[in-house]
Design a protein around this ligand. Structure first.
Ligand code: SF4
Length: 359
């Protein structure tokens, strides 16, 4: 009885903060994670969501991830996608192969491509600049593209012996407008040391993202959960993201997805959709300065749309991503079924055009 009263009091105190638009801290978030019911989390997340979006509104995009090379020297132990240089099965896509993928995307009604590949030491900066410039020339504003992730951008700059601002300027001159926050997984130094010590440090990650924002390019925040990260590590990631947004205002959205463990070195068991949804709600409540919170159809299929009740307002309908497919993700091209599920939940999905749009 006494414990129930304490829980009610704590929940009421946090709910009062959220109602008034007062920011919750890590201690509040820890309490919510451990004690709040799903329906309490839905309610609090919806309160924050409704400050930015109409209650029943949501948006979606049809997109494809273009994995231009799987050759990589980073050797992250959670990755089932990469091949070391010289190993059989390694590839680099030609411009013609990339164009064929973009043509298919357009034919399926999509207008966003996200480039994501490995740290390939054989690819000079010119490979990227030529590729991106040729896409702009061929497709104009009928397609937008997320050129690279922060992780690849860091590798590229280092490999080309350029400062981060110099590398950002070169890509921008080639027609790049977006470099997303992908490749962030969990942004703590401990996590990086445990799983991807050749990738980057957390300080380097944010230096690169700052250089991108200062170059006038657009970027996003991402997060992947379901490795061996602790609750404190998840909260540290959210705290760093919120602080970066306070300082720069440069994050257009936040997307969280779940680790797929199949065929990876570390292996393990997937976390449940229920855990993902709780984390999504906590992220929406914590990240009170990022209007667009996205839910991951790529890793949760149509159940991702339950995330709309847990604070998300936007989702992709992806047609390909070899990185997550290699580790167990499945792609569902039955878009109608997915969109119908959003309607069944009481939301009205609207296509969000990224191409030719400032959003
Ligand atoms: S996650 Fe990315 S950087 Fe790490 S090994 Fe795989 S392709 Fe390379």
């Amino acid at each position: 009885m006494g414990n129930a009263v304490a829980i009610d009091n704590s929940l009421a105190a946090i709910a009062a903060k959220v109602d008034k638009g007062i920011r919750i801290d890590a201690e509040d978030a820890r309490w919510l994670w451990k004690n709040a019911s799903d329906s309490d989390l839905c309610s609090l997340a919806s309160t924050v969501r409704n400050r930015f979006h109409a209650p029943n509104a949501c948006t979606y995009m049809v997109m494809r991830i273009v994995n231009y090379t799987n050759v990589c020297v980073a050797q992250c132990d959670y990755c089932a996608f990469y091949k070391l240089p010289g190993a059989s099965g390694g590839y680099v896509l030609s411009q013609e192969e990339v164009f064929a993928k973009l043509d298919e995307l357009l034919a399926l009604g999509g207008d966003l491509a996200a480039f994501n590949g490995g740290f390939n030491p054989q690819l000079p900066l010119d490979y990227y600049c030529d590729l991106f410039a040729s896409i702009r020339e061929r497709y104009g504003d009928s397609i937008e593209f997320y050129a690279l992730t922060i992780a690849e951008f860091l590798y590229l700059a280092d490999h080309a012996k350029l400062s981060l601002p110099e590398a950002a300027a070169r890509l921008k001159a080639a027609g790049v407008r977006w470099i997303t926050g992908g490749g962030s997984e969990i942004l703590t130094e401990d996590f990086r040391a445990r799983h991807s010590k050749f990738k980057y440090t957390v300080a380097e990650y944010f230096q690169a993202q700052r250089a991108i924002v200062e170059a006038g390019l657009k970027t996003t925040a991402t997060m992947v959960i379901g490795f061996d990260e602790t609750l404190d590590e998840r909260l540290e990631h959210l705290e760093r993201t919120r602080n970066f947004q306070d300082e720069t205002g440069g994050l257009a959205s936040f997307l969280c997805w779940t680790f797929k463990p199949y065929f990876t070195q570390i292996g393990g068991i997937e976390i449940t959709t229920a855990e993902y949804l709780r984390h999504l709600a906590l992220s929406r409540i914590y990240l009170d300065n990022i209007p667009r919170i996205r839910t991951s159809v790529l890793t949760q299929n149509e159940r991702a749309l339950d995330g709309l009740r847990f604070g998300a307002d936007d989702f992709d309908l992806p047609i390909e991503d070899e990185v997550t497919q290699k580790a167990g993700a499945t792609i569902n091209l039955d878009f109608e079924r997915i969109l119908n599920y959003a309607s069944e939940l009481g939301f009205t999905p609207e296509y969000r055009h990224v191409a030719g749009s400032p959003a």
